[in-house]
Design a binder for this molecule. Structure first.
Ligand SMILES: *Cc1c(COP(=O)(O)O)cnc(C)c1O
Length: 433
């Protein structure tokens, strides 16, 4: 039984029977394509400012985006006997690990939310005269002095702290990152070196977030970047759908009835994979099939969906630890906005054991010389599942997709790892659990 397997930390492949065609799903949706377009327009307004303060974005003209790369050697390696993926079609990686500034998918949602809040404040307080003003004014000493009186509070397992912290500091905010016990030491060090205040807790992510929320509530100049309940962050992630569509067109990758697209995205609270899935379904329609990947000890979004309790249940409630080497996914309770909202758009959820993450980390490094962090490696398990999962095979059968698998494109969403220091990389490459 599915629930028993989840409870016993057994790897599962859950196909979501509540998925709807996009046209039906969107009717019930509180957000739509034009919300994503306006989020993208906001990012474009900020681009000249971002280009000015982050030299690594000069080439992309201040647009924070990552490459889409084919990984044929990884495909070969996964298809070898040891893993036995037997994957047809083409395999790609979306390299959010290479996103400038924070080096993870959190650059999409986290930075977007900081910019949205900044724009609101700036226009309301005359730092910018209007939405058509020159946003480079935000780098002026007067603007910095204004923002230095404002505070951002964030709860984070690490990467959100990096994205919000680095962008927030560049604008001038005081930043307080409340970190869970899972957060890597080097992430705390890096943030401290930029002048970010770190508050570390013994507890998990849920505790860090509640501390951050409580502190910001009594702080008149504070704003809480709420990873568990933010529409803004969600839209920042969703912009990826629009950008990926364009990128695929430029690379001649076809998505239609006879050329399905499968996307595998690591999942913590669900904001990042949820936003990306929503964006992909809006821009690429019903021929994109999105899977979330969660650790067997922290499958909070899966648990919320199969029980129908969403954020009213935690993995600890059913006896799981919530602990995983995939630190970015070490979350016991899902986002409040994600479950019910994303269900009609989502194909399924796959869970993966920690020990595989380090095998995938090494296989990827050896085959493609690409390094990504353990959380990200969870997504590599997605394409591997087709060869041995009855549930996933049935999904292909039910949707008449078997005959098109030779034409399929698979995208592993590489959500992070760009900022990992060299010594930690070596440690992770050698690690076995
Ligand atoms: C945060 C994170 C995720 C998942 O994002 P959620 O919004 O928490 O679901 C995936 N991978 C990495 C590397 C992350 O840092």
């Amino acid at each position: 039984m599915l629930f028993t397997d989840i409870k016993n930390a057994i790897e599962v492949n859950w196909i979501n029977n509540s998925k709807l065609p996009n046209n039906d799903a969107i009717i019930r949706s509180v957000l739509n394509l034009s919300d994503i377009d306006s989020a993208e327009a906001r990012l474009r307004r900020f681009a000249p400012f971002i280009k000015m303060i982050f030299p690594e974005t000069v080439e992309s003209k201040g647009i924070i985006e990552s490459p889409l790369v084919e990984v044929p050697e990884l495909r070969k390696a996964l298809n070898r006997e040891k893993i036995g993926a037997n994957l047809a079609g083409k395999l790609y990686m979306k390299m959010d690990s290479m996103l400038p500034i924070g080096g993870s998918v959190k650059d999409r949602g986290g930075i977007y939310e900081v910019l949205k809040y900044t724009e609101d404040l700036a226009v309301k307080n005359g730092v910018l005269e209007s939405y058509e003003d020159d946003y480079c004014k935000l780098a002026s000493p007067a603007a910095k002095a204004f923002f230095s009186t404002k505070k951002l509070h964030i709860g984070s397992t690490g990467n959100l702290g990096l994205s919000v912290g680095l962008m927030g500091k560049a604008i001038g905010y005081e930043i307080i990152v409340h970190m869970s016990s899972d957060a890597a030491e080097w992430k705390k060090e890096l943030l401290r070196s930029k002048g970010v205040i770190i508050k570390a807790y013994e507890g998990d992510y849920v505790e860090a977030v509640s501390k951050a929320r409580a502190e910001s509530e009594v702080d008149a100049n504070g704003h809480f970047v709420d990873d568990e309940d933010s529409k803004e962050m969600f839209l920042g992630y969703a912009v990826a759908g629009k950008r990926l569509k364009k990128q695929m067109r430029q690379q001649g990758i076809v998505v239609d009835d006879k050329h399905p697209l499968f996307v595998y995205i690591p999942c913590g609270v669900g904001g990042a994979p949820g936003g990306i899935t929503f964006g992909l379904r809006q821009f690429l329609g019903d021929n994109v099939h999105c899977f979330f990947i969660e650790p067997t000890q922290a499958p909070c979004v899966l648990l919320g969906m199969v029980t129908g309790l969403y954020n009213n249940i935690t993995v600890q409630d059913i006896g799981l630890s919530g602990k995983t080497h995939a630190d970015g996914l070490a979350v016991g309770r899902p986002s409040a906005v994600i479950g019910d909202f994303i269900k009609p758009f989502l194909t399924g959820i796959i869970t993966v054991k920690d020990k595989r993450l380090f095998d995938y980390l090494r296989i990827l490094w050896e085959s493609e010389k690409i390094f990504i962090e353990p959380s990200s490696c969870s997504a590599i398990h997605g394409p591997v599942c087709w060869s041995h999962s009855k549930e996933m095979d049935d999904y292909l059968e039910d949707n008449n997709l078997h005959r098109y698998m030779e034409n399929a494109t698979h995208i592993i969403w590489a959500t992070g790892g760009g900022m990992v220091p060299e010594d930690i990389r070596q440690e992770l490459l050698a690690k076995r659990v």
